[in-house]
Design a protein around this ligand. Structure first.
Ligand SMILES: Nc1ncnc2c1ncn2[C@@H]1O[C@H](COP(=O)(O)OP(=O)(O)OP(=O)(O)O)[C@@H](O)[C@H]1O
Ligand SMILES: O=C(O)C1=C[C@@H](O)[C@@H](O)[C@H](O)C1
Ligand SMILES: [Mg+2]
Length: 179
């Protein structure tokens, strides 16, 4: 077992935050949360519905409130997967950089496109051309993921279990370098 604070996964849609987060929580014997799912549970509605009724702005407000409540002091360390846009607000980036260990799961746009094409529940990819949208979001967000992350792990062409093992190795290396 490792003595790490709450581990937060950031990265673009299709990077595998939800998939890898679940695997890590099993390896670390920690509880797993996904901010997208917590938002849906609190709202009693799914993300497409929230975007439709409240716009992206309404969703972002809920996202910040959820992050705040999940990162309260004195909480048992958990694994937290976030939504792809969590880094857009300065307020959120500030919270992410406080006590947690943030992991950026990197995926190329080609890989994001392949992985997100399997489902239809991401409102931002329903308007316009998904490849153009993912490219645009990547150029804005990649520097922001890097700003908050202590550790960056490549996910392209890697099996989820391999990615989870790489994340574990990178976290251990980071913690060892800290002392
Ligand atoms: N390393 C991987 N190799 C192959 N498929 C993967 C990998 N990681 C995730 N996937 C698949 O890609 C899809 C998207 O993964 P996931 O939902 O975990 O991404 P996410 O980063 O949580 O996206 P979002 O920001 O939209 O929540 C899923 O179908 C998942 O099974
Ligand atoms: O990249 C984004 O902005 C988003 C990613 C998803 O995880 C969800 O949080 C929502 O669909 C928005
Ligand atoms: Mg997810």
């Amino acid at each position: 077992m490792i003595n790490a604070p709450t581990i937060i996964l950031v990265g673009p849609m299709g990077a595998g935050k939800t998939t890898i987060g679940r695997l890590l929580s099993q390896q670390l014997d920690r509880e797993f949360f996904d901010s997208d799912r917590v938002i849906e549970e609190k709202a009693g509605a799914d993300i497409p519905w929230i975007f439709e009724k409240e716009g992206e702005e309404g969703f972002r407000k809920r996202e910040t409130q959820t992050l705040q409540s999940m990162l309260q002091d004195d909480q048992t360390p958990v694994v937290l997967a976030t939504g792809g846009g969590i880094v857009m607000k300065e307020e959120n980036r500030h919270m992410l950089k406080q006590q947690s260990l943030v992991v950026y799961l990197f995926a190329s746009v080609a890989q994001q496109l392949q992985r997100t094409s399997k489902s239809n529940n991401r409102p931002l990819l329903k308007q316009g051309n998904p490849k153009e949208t993912l490219n645009r979001l990547f150029s804005i967000r990649d520097p922001l993921y890097r700003e908050v992350a202590s550790v960056i792990v490549e996910t392209d062409s890697r099996h989820p279990k391999t990615v989870a093992n790489k994340v574990m190795d990178a976290i251990k290396k980071h913690l060892a370098a800290e002392v």
